[in-house]
Design a protein around this ligand. Structure first.
Ligand SMILES: [Zn+2]
Length: 211
């Protein structure tokens, strides 16, 4: 069975329209309910694609039936989303809404992971002021270069596993740019995976560091 045939077999019995997939799809709406399962363990209830981690609920506007699908399916089948006021969005806007919601889930997961890493560090290092770091990162969603270098050094020392991509760097202020300018290469190497593309460009331009 093709992807569309599989989807038709799953969607038509739950729709008012029982014959044509394209017509049935117009009965369904994405209303903003979305879930992060933490790991890719689910199957898309529309196309049966496996390994779904982020689930999006679509609802049939005529009979109230609901299924949980991947964001890909909402985009590929051009299922309409609604905005916060309940207005049905057009094709491009629907796509933007779904993609924005997915980014939100990914970002929330990253922040949770980051906070868990900080908590693990505070458990082994008494002098580490976890609360100030957590409130700083929740406030700005990024660390200064010196903060991040110190954090990574401590995490390495305690052999705590972490993913550098969970951490973001800020170099908006001059003070923060100066920290990077004066930083030793081995520290810059550590921070490199946490930097954005524009930060990589900045470092290449303003320091002698070669990753
Ligand atoms: Zn699907």
């Amino acid at each position: 069975m093709t992807w569309a045939q599989k989807s038709a077999a799953n969607l038509l019995p739950l729709s008012v329209e029982r014959a044509q997939l394209a017509v049935a799809l117009q009965e369904w709406l994405y209303t903003g309910d979305m879930y992060d399962l933490g790991t890719p363990i689910e199957t898309c209830e529309l196309c049966k694609h496996p390994d779904i981690r982020y689930q999006f609920k679509i609802i049939n506007r005529h009979n109230g039936n609901e299924i949980l699908v991947g964001s890909e399916c909402i985009n590929k089948f051009r299922i309409s989303a609604i905005d916060e006021l309940g207005n049905i969005l057009g094709c491009d806007e629907s796509r933007r809404r779904v993609n924005r919601d997915r980014r939100f889930l990914v970002n929330e997961a990253r922040k949770r992971h980051l906070v868990n890493t900080l908590v693990a560090l505070s458990a082994v290092e008494e002098n580490f002021d976890i609360n100030s770091f957590i409130s700083y990162v929740l406030d700005r969603d990024a660390f200064t270069p010196n903060q991040l270098a110190l954090l990574f050094w401590r995490l390495d020392q305690h052999e705590i596993e972490y993913s550098p991509r969970d951490f973001k760097l800020t170099i908006r202020r001059d003070r923060e740019k100066n920290q990077l300018r004066q930083m030793e290469d081995w520290k810059l190497q550590k921070l490199w995976p946490s930097m954005s593309t524009s930060q990589h460009t900045w470092v290449r331009k303003h320091t002698n560091f070669e990753p």
